[in-house]
Design a protein around this ligand. Structure first.
Ligand code: ATP
Ligand code: MG
Length: 404
């Protein structure tokens, strides 16, 4: 794509109200735009990154036989009353239809929707297990929304729900999801700083597990066992003072961002909605469930917090950057340079590369400053100087045309 065709432009200054580094960089680089506190638009560059993150998540979940679907964002009150969360969930947006006075909620999570749907497809143990997930917009009336896309009032989440006939089967699938999550974080380039973390499980099981990415700006405090490469959330450290896996008491306190959370729901929601199955001996039992979330848009913000070099320079991991290559032409007044760089642009595209091509007639300083903000992992510079050496410049080195 020609950079001159991008609808967004980079900018030097943005509104003072954006405190977080991720929002500052993403707005300056033209990836996102703030609409109001906690609500953002994803512009073409930002949307490409979001889609790339989604795709990695999708691929890893499809490998563990989860099936993608799409649930509604508009929910009837009656469903939320069944679980008592119409009253108890403080972040739930609730409102009335103007015409029918029906009371509605905007989905902040989807146990209340998927459980009654699953009822239509589960009769006996032979219908189990299965798992479904969606990647969708969630709405939460967050008290504070000052962390850019790390905490939106509207944000993108992947939520997966699994259904089982025994706790053993749930436990097995829970391990598969854990592994899939670790693969996802690894492919996003944050595998070594994202830790499975023991956290409170609510009323229905001893622990839940979070996935926490170490970052000084993170809102969560965790205690890391460097032997096992796991952590314990501060919220349970009073009850769990040593590593749950090796009993090590030498734990290191760090700040972190919660990028995923998985729960064994057991029968909490199946009981609320009478979701039952008949077992091998003909006895009716509640279905055993698990739920598993990943903050897709929060992950995008986390990558900025982790990989930004400073507030004017970002470097996306190759796996999710908006383009594979940023091709930058200098000396655009030279016919030869223009011709050569067009040829190179076409060649790279033929090789299947997604290229952002900056052939604008701008000063090199401006082009490089913008490229630093945009943060594409691989940069190819072509100029009179590099052509004189029969090549291009990559990472400060001249690479011959036939070796690119
Ligand atoms: P937090 O404690 O940060 O408020 P949570 O525990 O309420 O999050 P979950 O219900 O576990 O969130 O949601 C699953 C995942 O969705 C979280 O692990 C997080 O990555 C992401 N997430 C939750 N709330 C937000 C939000 N307001 N904006 C962006 N991502 C979010
Ligand atoms: Mg959570």
């Amino acid at each position: 794509m020609y950079q001159s065709n991008l609808i967004s432009k980079t900018r030097k200054q943005i509104s003072q109200t954006e405190e977080s580094l991720n929002a500052q960089i993403l707005i300056k680089s033209g990836y996102i735009e703030q609409v109001m506190a906690g609500v953002y638009a994803y512009l073409p560059l930002g949307y490409k990154v979001l889609k790339n993150i989604e795709q990695i998540v999708r691929e890893e979940l499809n490998k563990i036989s989860a099936q993608e679907l799409l649930l509604p964002a508009l929910h009837p009150k009656s469903y939320w009353e069944k679980t008592g969360r119409w009253e108890s969930l403080d972040v739930l947006y609730r409102f009335k239809s103007y015409y029918t006075s029906t009371e509605l909620a905007l989905g902040s999570t989807h146990e209340e929707i998927i459980t009654p749907i699953a009822k239509n497809f589960i009769q006996s143990y032979q219908d189990l297990p299965f798992a479904t997930y969606q990647i969708q917009t969630k709405f939460r009336d967050e008290k504070r929304a000052k962390s850019g896309i790390l905490r939106g009032r509207e944000f993108i989440m992947k939520d997966l729900y699994s259904f089982h006939s025994s706790t053993d089967d749930l436990d097995k699938y829970y391990e598969l999801v854990t592994q899939a999550y670790l693969n996802i974080y690894k492919r996003l380039g944050i595998g070594d700083i994202t830790l499975k973390t023991y956290a409170s499980g609510g009323t229905f099981s001893k622990y839940s597990h979070e996935f926490q990415t170490i970052s000084d700006i993170g809102e969560d405090t965790i205690f890391v066992c460097e032997k096992c490469n796991i952590a314990i959330n501060k919220e349970i450290i009073e009850e769990q003072k040593t590593c749950p896996e090796c009993d090590n008491s030498d734990l290191i306190q760090k700040q972190s961002i919660e990028v995923g959370n998985i729960f064994k729901l057991q029968t909490k929601y199946s009981e609320a909605f009478d979701l039952e199955f008949t077992d091998e001996s003909g006895v009716n039992k509640p279905v055993i469930m698990g739920c598993y979330g990943i903050g897709i848009s929060r992950l995008m913000g986390t990558l900025v917090e982790v990989f930004a070099v400073n507030e004017s320079k970002m470097l996306w991991p190759e796996s999710v950057g908006p383009f594979d290559i940023h091709l930058i032409t200098l000396n655009t007044d030279s016919e030869e340079v223009v011709k050569k760089s067009e040829e190179l642009y076409i060649m790279l595209q033929k090789e299947g590369k997604d290229v952002l091509f900056d052939n604008r007639n701008e000063r090199p300083g401006i082009k490089f400053a913008e490229a630093d903000l945009i943060g594409i992992n691989k940069r190819i510079i072509i100029s009179s100087k590099t052509i004189a050496q029969n090549g291009v410049e990559i990472d400060g080195q001249i690479i011959p045309f036939d070796k690119i």
